[in-house]
Design a protein around this ligand. Structure first.
Ligand SMILES: [Zn+2]
Length: 247
């Protein structure tokens, strides 16, 4: 296992946020840099970390919403036409139709040289199982509970780091997975059918689990919740916060 990799939050905002970028993350390793999702703020989010699209070697997509995939067009065009690089695109195979035919093909299906497929822009790795090794790290994926009927995934890395993806509360999943530090979706609105309301996490997760979780994907009135989040959880995830991925 690589011992000098890091996991960074490069955006932690709700899709409506002015204060924060889209909730996306980045794994830096000796073998390459892997984005976790690429929303429509991906270019300024990378710039804020001193990086550009030229520094990205691979992307894993959790699900097909704009704040997680609309940045793929920018990654595709700049890697192909500006930097002459190839980015590897990892996604569960159940996402492909939504990702290409229903979302990206409208803008990317044709470029200056004619018709184009998703595989013309990226090295595609559709995943048929829920486990995968990327850059010497073991990913264990799970279906979370986001928009009903829509495929959406979270994961753990090396049984060490938990990442919920966009989801409502999933105590039955969180409680069975081994991890030491976690990042979990939250919404600070009282009720939400597709994101995890703060009170639902407080009620459904044990104190032992809550103390390991940083909350992400939050709205701009987060200061109103700061004291109670720091009391009941590890805290709010912040942009640029970095965790060493070590065995
Ligand atoms: Zn979403």
């Amino acid at each position: 296992m690589s011992t000098n990799s890091t996991f960074s939050i490069i955006g932690c905002g709700h899709s409506e946020s002015f204060d924060h970028f889209n909730t996306n993350a980045l794994i830096r390793s000796a073998q390459g840099n892997l984005l976790i999702d690429a929303g429509y703020t991906i270019k300024p989010a990378l710039h804020a970390q001193g990086l550009s699209i030229a520094d990205i070697n691979a992307v894993f997509i959790t699900h097909v919403h704009g704040d997680h995939v609309f940045g793929l067009e920018r990654l595709a065009y700049e890697s192909m036409f500006r930097y002459q690089t190839r980015i590897t695109l990892y996604f569960h195979e159940s996402l492909f139709d939504e990702l290409w035919h229903q979302t990206l093909k409208g803008s990317m299906g044709r470029h200056g040289d004619g018709e184009a497929t998703l595989g013309d822009y990226f090295d595609l790795v559709p995943l048929s199982s829920l486990t995968c090794e990327i850059y010497s790290h073991q990913f264990q994926f799970f279906q979370n509970k986001h928009t009903p009927g829509k495929p959406s995934f979270g994961f753990t890395i090396d049984d060490f780091l938990f990442y919920s993806g966009d989801t409502t509360a999933i105590p039955e999943i969180v409680s069975r997975l081994p991890f030491e530090i976690g990042f979990h979706d939250v919404t600070l609105m009282p009720v939400n059918p597709v994101h995890a309301a703060y009170d639902s996490l407080l009620e459904q997760y044990s104190p032992e689990i809550r103390q390991k979780l940083y909350l992400m994907s939050y709205e701009d009135h987060w200061p109103e919740y700061l004291a109670r989040v720091e009391k009941n959880f590890a805290g709010f995830a912040t942009q640029g916060m970095t965790v060493a991925l070590c065995s």
